[in-house]
Write a protein that binds this ligand. Structure first.
Ligand code: FE2
Ligand code: FE2
Length: 152
Protein backbone atom coordinates (compact mmCIF):
# COMPACT_ATOMS: atom_id res chain seq x y z
CA UNK A 1 0.00 0.00 0.00
CA UNK A 2 1.24 3.44 -0.89
CA UNK A 3 1.47 6.20 1.65
CA UNK A 4 -1.05 9.04 1.10
CA UNK A 5 1.84 11.42 0.28
CA UNK A 6 3.24 9.05 -2.32
CA UNK A 7 2.11 8.88 -5.96
CA UNK A 8 -1.35 7.46 -6.75
CA UNK A 9 0.04 4.50 -8.66
CA UNK A 10 -0.05 1.18 -6.83
CA UNK A 11 2.50 -0.58 -8.96
CA UNK A 12 5.56 -0.23 -6.79
CA UNK A 13 8.69 -2.10 -7.77
CA UNK A 14 8.74 -5.51 -6.11
CA UNK A 15 11.22 -8.36 -6.29
CA UNK A 16 10.32 -11.46 -8.22
CA UNK A 17 12.31 -14.41 -9.52
CA UNK A 18 11.90 -12.90 -12.99
CA UNK A 19 14.77 -10.58 -11.98
CA UNK A 20 17.17 -13.46 -11.23
CA UNK A 21 20.19 -13.50 -13.53
CA UNK A 22 21.96 -16.56 -12.11
CA UNK A 23 24.94 -14.71 -10.61
CA UNK A 24 24.53 -14.86 -6.82
CA UNK A 25 26.21 -11.63 -5.70
CA UNK A 26 24.56 -9.66 -8.52
CA UNK A 27 21.13 -11.11 -7.72
CA UNK A 28 21.61 -10.18 -4.06
CA UNK A 29 22.53 -6.58 -4.84
CA UNK A 30 19.61 -6.32 -7.27
CA UNK A 31 17.18 -7.54 -4.64
CA UNK A 32 18.53 -4.82 -2.35
CA UNK A 33 18.03 -2.17 -5.05
CA UNK A 34 14.43 -3.29 -5.69
CA UNK A 35 13.75 -3.21 -1.94
CA UNK A 36 15.05 0.36 -1.53
CA UNK A 37 13.17 1.70 -4.57
CA UNK A 38 9.97 -0.01 -3.38
CA UNK A 39 10.38 1.57 0.05
CA UNK A 40 10.98 4.98 -1.56
CA UNK A 41 7.77 4.59 -3.58
CA UNK A 42 5.76 3.81 -0.45
CA UNK A 43 7.46 6.30 1.87
CA UNK A 44 5.95 9.48 3.21
CA UNK A 45 7.72 12.74 2.45
CA UNK A 46 9.47 12.91 5.82
CA UNK A 47 11.19 9.57 5.20
CA UNK A 48 12.51 10.48 1.74
CA UNK A 49 15.84 12.18 2.63
CA UNK A 50 17.14 9.24 4.72
CA UNK A 51 16.00 6.74 2.09
CA UNK A 52 17.68 8.78 -0.65
CA UNK A 53 20.92 8.65 1.37
CA UNK A 54 20.51 4.89 1.58
CA UNK A 55 19.92 4.76 -2.18
CA UNK A 56 23.08 6.77 -2.93
CA UNK A 57 25.14 4.47 -0.68
CA UNK A 58 23.60 1.42 -2.30
CA UNK A 59 24.14 2.60 -5.87
CA UNK A 60 27.77 3.50 -5.23
CA UNK A 61 28.48 -0.01 -3.96
CA UNK A 62 26.27 -1.72 -6.58
CA UNK A 63 27.79 0.09 -9.57
CA UNK A 64 31.34 -0.08 -8.22
CA UNK A 65 31.00 -3.84 -7.87
CA UNK A 66 29.70 -4.34 -11.42
CA UNK A 67 32.27 -1.91 -12.87
CA UNK A 68 35.01 -3.85 -11.11
CA UNK A 69 33.76 -7.15 -12.55
CA UNK A 70 33.67 -5.63 -16.04
CA UNK A 71 37.24 -4.35 -15.75
CA UNK A 72 38.59 -7.53 -14.17
CA UNK A 73 37.07 -9.77 -16.82
CA UNK A 74 37.67 -7.42 -19.76
CA UNK A 75 33.95 -7.38 -20.58
CA UNK A 76 33.87 -6.06 -24.16
CA UNK A 77 30.81 -3.70 -24.06
CA UNK A 78 31.78 -2.32 -20.63
CA UNK A 79 31.97 1.28 -21.88
CA UNK A 80 28.26 1.91 -22.33
CA UNK A 81 27.34 -0.09 -19.23
CA UNK A 82 29.75 1.88 -17.03
CA UNK A 83 28.58 5.16 -18.61
CA UNK A 84 24.97 4.30 -17.75
CA UNK A 85 25.96 3.61 -14.12
CA UNK A 86 27.77 6.96 -13.91
CA UNK A 87 24.82 8.85 -15.44
CA UNK A 88 22.28 7.24 -13.08
CA UNK A 89 24.41 7.88 -10.01
CA UNK A 90 24.96 11.51 -11.08
CA UNK A 91 21.18 12.06 -11.48
CA UNK A 92 20.45 10.49 -8.09
CA UNK A 93 23.11 12.60 -6.35
CA UNK A 94 21.83 15.75 -8.09
CA UNK A 95 18.25 15.10 -6.99
CA UNK A 96 19.43 14.29 -3.46
CA UNK A 97 21.19 17.69 -3.33
CA UNK A 98 18.18 19.53 -4.82
CA UNK A 99 15.85 17.96 -2.25
CA UNK A 100 17.49 20.17 0.36
CA UNK A 101 15.23 22.91 -1.07
CA UNK A 102 12.37 20.91 0.36
CA UNK A 103 10.41 19.91 -2.76
CA UNK A 104 9.70 16.15 -2.71
CA UNK A 105 8.27 16.17 -6.27
CA UNK A 106 11.67 15.84 -7.98
CA UNK A 107 12.46 12.89 -5.75
CA UNK A 108 9.13 11.18 -6.53
CA UNK A 109 9.77 11.72 -10.21
CA UNK A 110 13.29 10.28 -10.00
CA UNK A 111 12.10 7.23 -8.07
CA UNK A 112 9.45 6.45 -10.72
CA UNK A 113 12.12 6.78 -13.43
CA UNK A 114 14.43 4.42 -11.53
CA UNK A 115 11.64 1.87 -11.10
CA UNK A 116 10.98 2.01 -14.86
CA UNK A 117 14.71 2.00 -15.73
CA UNK A 118 15.83 -1.01 -13.69
CA UNK A 119 14.10 -3.93 -15.49
CA UNK A 120 15.56 -2.89 -18.87
CA UNK A 121 19.04 -2.30 -17.45
CA UNK A 122 19.01 -5.67 -15.69
CA UNK A 123 17.62 -7.44 -18.74
CA UNK A 124 20.03 -6.04 -21.28
CA UNK A 125 23.23 -4.87 -19.62
CA UNK A 126 23.45 -6.75 -16.32
CA UNK A 127 22.30 -10.06 -17.77
CA UNK A 128 24.96 -9.83 -20.50
CA UNK A 129 27.58 -9.32 -17.78
CA UNK A 130 26.21 -12.23 -15.71
CA UNK A 131 26.36 -14.50 -18.78
CA UNK A 132 29.87 -13.30 -19.60
CA UNK A 133 31.17 -14.03 -16.10
CA UNK A 134 29.48 -17.40 -15.98
CA UNK A 135 30.88 -18.32 -19.40
CA UNK A 136 34.40 -17.44 -18.25
CA UNK A 137 33.93 -19.48 -15.10
CA UNK A 138 31.93 -22.48 -16.24
CA UNK A 139 32.04 -22.31 -20.02
CA UNK A 140 28.31 -21.68 -20.50
CA UNK A 141 25.31 -19.48 -19.76
CA UNK A 142 23.94 -19.75 -16.21
CA UNK A 143 20.95 -22.00 -15.67
CA UNK A 144 18.38 -19.95 -13.76
CA UNK A 145 15.57 -21.66 -11.89
CA UNK A 146 12.74 -19.20 -11.35
CA UNK A 147 10.12 -20.36 -8.88
CA UNK A 148 7.17 -18.32 -10.08
CA UNK A 149 7.46 -18.79 -13.83
CA UNK A 150 5.69 -21.58 -15.71
CA UNK A 151 7.94 -24.33 -16.97
CA UNK A 152 8.16 -24.70 -20.71
FE1 FE2 B 1 23.05 -4.05 -11.56
FE1 FE2 C 1 24.55 -2.51 -14.25
Amino acid sequence: MNHPDSPASNDTLAWSDAFLLGHGPMDTVHEEFVDIVGRLQRADNAALPALMDELVRHLKAHFEMEDKWMLETDFPPRGCHMDEHAAVLASVEEVRAEMEQGDPAICRDLVEHLAAWFPGHADHLDSALAHWMSKLRFGGKPVVLRRDLPLR
